[in-house]
Ligand binder design. Structure first.
Ligand SMILES: [Cu+2]
Length: 143
């Protein structure tokens, strides 16, 4: 019977199709060089949802900073303030830009000195328990 030969192939195709839409993707990750004498700095990237379902970003971690949180800067009446964000939901096809003056990763408590040009491993964490690895380059200025 041909069916016995084709069944495993069909199962393999079904398995590929199930994960075909992809998931979250990160582009252009970078971290601002900490100012002299400061340990705190910010990280930026673009997060894209290439899947066909919502994804929920719940946090991030780093191989260099012990304390990484999601922050947003908002300017009200000419005064800009940062506040922490618990989670961000991206609809299918949506992009979120983490950039100076807006969303950013707040990086605190570095475990070692950080210098311009360093490549830092970042991990983004999602509500479904999955995570995504990215590499961010430390830069003095926005790319
Ligand atoms: Cu902040």
């Amino acid at each position: 019977m041909n069916w016995l030969k084709t069944a495993p192939l069909l199962l393999a195709i079904a398995a590929i199709a199930a994960c075909a839409p992809g998931g979250p993707a990160v582009d252009e990750a970078w971290i601002r060089t900490p100012l002299p004498g400061k340990s705190m700095t910010a990280g930026y990237f673009t997060l894209r949802n290439d899947s066909d379902t919502d994804i929920v970003l719940t946090g991030a971690s780093s191989d260099r900073w012990a304390d990484v949180s999601l922050h947003e800067t908002r300017t009200t009446d000419g005064v800009s303030r940062m506040h922490a964000i618990d989670s961000l939901t991206l609809r299918p096809g949506e992009q979120l830009h983490f950039q100076p003056g807006g969303l950013h990763l707040m990086l605190m408590r570095p475990g070692a000195d950080v210098a311009s040009g360093d490549a830092i491993g970042l991990t983004l964490h999602f509500a479904d328990g999955s995570s995504l690895q990215a590499t961010a380059v430390v830069r003095d200025l926005a790319p």
